[in-house]
Each structure stands twice: as structure tokens, then as C-alpha cells.
Design a protein around this ligand. Structure first.
Ligand code: ZN
Length: 312
């Protein structure tokens, strides 16, 4: 893993960090993306790349380079990172009407249609293309933006949807979208603030943004952080921290970032993952199911979804 970020847009972070050569080893040199504070502390001991800011944001420090991040996304698409998600990924190429994930995506496009009245919907980071397909069924004019050429090609074949291959920060979207969706995307990016700023810029006035991420303020991460202190369990518990996630948000940190880019948050919802298509051993599955049930009861659910609109 490279020792420092190489991207030009992070140069100001790097140079500010360099102004503090006496930084302590257990403190991140990089300021927090959400609140700007320094002094984020190591989350799982000195050798861990994860740090937590006092505002609640957990992030990887130092960040891998943008090239390394792109390589990991391609590896993830080809199933190279995790065995337990390979089967799930295949299943998402099918539009099962009773699948909880399909139902969740359908509810999302329904809510966005209520907020915007339809028009162009841009899905950033298309996954399999299923959300684009469901958006078209709902009456949207869908367009995908995807960094992985393989994923874009597969979605075109499976669902016949339009997909631009490239970086959302750079592609020309043409007409301003009515809706933008980012499901499980910003935590994979080099700089989530720039992604959200770009969304706020390109949306038409009155347009709506949907963002969904893993929720670090959840029973699942609480248990993982606890179990990671117990050496025999640390490896299993640590699998919740996946190698291509660089930011772990709480509802508060995600809402703050979305409002700071100029959007008005209209709804914050907890969501629980559907375990049916993950490949786990029975004891792990049982433990996860219990934690997810506890999350539903306490409101500390494993995922958080935010809807926001552009004033105007
Ligand atoms: Zn912070």
C-alpha cells in the first residue's frame, strides 16, 4: 500500500500534514473530511489503518492512491475480494420481485419519483444495473456512471441500460438530472465530499439525491469493534471493515456532509441488510441475524439512507 496519497486534489491535505512533522504515531496526520478536526485516533491499535475522529467519522489513513483504489474496485467487481458476496452479486443480475434488495431499490425509486416527478435519474456506481432497470420501470429516464468497464458492459447486456464509463467527477452528464442515486458508493471513493459537491452542482434545482452507506453507529460495528479486541476473533470481526471502504459514516456525519454541500436533507432512514444471499457459516449467520434484529429494535441499524433535495 502506498504511504501517502498522490492525487493532486489531496495536495493541500498532504502539505498541511507536512507542517506538523512532530505528529504522534497514534494520531492521524490527515484532517477529518467532515469536521476538519485533527487528531483522529487509531481505532484498533497502532498497526490499524483505521482512525476515528471525535465527530464520529472513521476513515483509512493514509489513503491508498487513486490508482490503487481503482484497482481494488476492479478486483471487487471480479469477485476477488470476498467469497461470501460472489453469489449475492450474481443474484443481483436477476429482477426477483420478492427479493428484499429489489424491494428496497423499488422503494427508493418510488420515493425519488414522489420528490421529483421523474425525469433523468443518474445512478453513480451502478452495481449490477438493477437500480437503473427499476428506475426505468418507474418512468425515469435512467443513466449510469460507472468506473469499472466490466460492470458497465455487464449491466448493458443484462438490463439494456445506458452507462457512461468514467469518473463521476469528470463525466459530462448532458442535461441536469432530476435525481442522483449513490448506493454503497461514497465510502469507496477517495473524497466523498467532492462526490457530494458534484451531485449538488449537477442536479437541477428541486432535484433529489439518495445516498446509502454502511452505518458505523450500529450494533454490527459495535460488536465488530468489541470482538476485534479478542485476538482469536479479530480476523472474523475485522471482515466488516472491507479493503475497498475508506470512510465509515454515522447518520450524523453523513447528514452534516450532505448539508454542507448545499442540499436540504428530507429523510434519514435506517436499513438492515438482507443476509439471504451472503455465504456464511451457520454460527456467523446466527450471530449476525441477532445483531441485525437488535439493530432494528434500537434504531442502530447497519445501514443508513439519506434523501436530500437541491433548493430552488
Ligand atoms: Zn471529524
Amino acid at each position: 500500500m502506498p504511504a501517502s496519497p498522490s492525487a493532486s486534489h489531496l495536495a493541500h491535505h498532504t502539505s498541511r500534514a507536512a507542517a506538523h512533522p512532530g505528529a504522534r504515531a497514534d494520531v492521524a496526520p490527515r484532517p477529518c473530511l467532515v469536521c476538519g478536526a485533527r487528531g483522529a485516533r487509531k481505532l484498533h491499535g497502532r498497526r490499524s489503518p483505521l482512525v476515528r475522529c471525535r465527530c464520529g467519522l472513521v476513515f483509512v489513513d493514509p489513503l491508498p492512491s487513486e490508482e490503487e483504489i481503482a484497482a481494488r474496485e476492479d478486483a471487487a467487481f471480479h469477485g476477488g475480494l470476498r467469497d461470501e458476496t460472489a453469489e449475492m452479486f450474481t443474484a443481483y443480475y436477476r429482477n426477483y420481485p420478492d427479493d428484499p434488495v429489489v424491494r428496497g431499490f423499488r422503494a427508493t425509486v418510488d420515493r425519488l419519483h414522489e420528490l421529483t416527478g421523474g425525469g433523468r435519474l443518474v445512478d453513480v456506481g451502478i452495481g449490477t444495473g438493477l437500480l437503473l432497470h427499476l428506475a426505468r420501470e418507474r418512468g425515469f429516464d435512467p443513466l449510469g456512471v460507472e468506473i469499472s468497464p466490466g460492470a458497465a458492459e455487464r449491466a448493458r447486456e443484462e438490463f439494456g441500460v445506458d452507462v457512461l464509463v468514467g469518473d463521476f467527477l469528470e463525466v459530462d452528464l448532458g442535461e441536469p438530472p432530476s435525481a442522483i442515486t449513490m448506493a454503497d458508493v461514497v465510502e469507496h471513493t477517495h473524497d466523498p465530499r467532492r462526490f457530494l459537491e458534484r451531485a449538488a452542482t449537477v442536479l437541477r434545482p428541486g432535484g433529489a439525491l439518495f445516498v446509502a452507506v454502511p452505518n458505523h453507529r450500529s450494533t454490527l460495528f459495535w460488536a465488530a469493534d468489541l470482538l476485534m479486541r479478542i485476538p482469536p476473533l479479530a480476523t472474523t470481526a475485522g471482515r466488516l471493515y472491507v479493503p475497498n471502504h475508506y470512510y465509515y459514516f454515522t447518520p450524523a456525519t453523513l447528514v452534516r456532509l450532505i448539508e454542507e454541500v448545499g442540499l436540504r436533507v428530507t429523510a434519514v432512514r435506517g436499513e438492515s441488510p438482507y443476509l439471504g444471499r451472503y455465504r456464511f457459516s451457520p454460527p456467523v449467520r446466527l450471530g449476525l441475524a441477532a445483531l441485525i434484529a437488535l439493530g432494528k429494535m434500537t434504531g442502530l441499524e447497519a445501514r443508513v439512507e439519506v434523501y436530500a433535495v437541491k433548493p430552488g
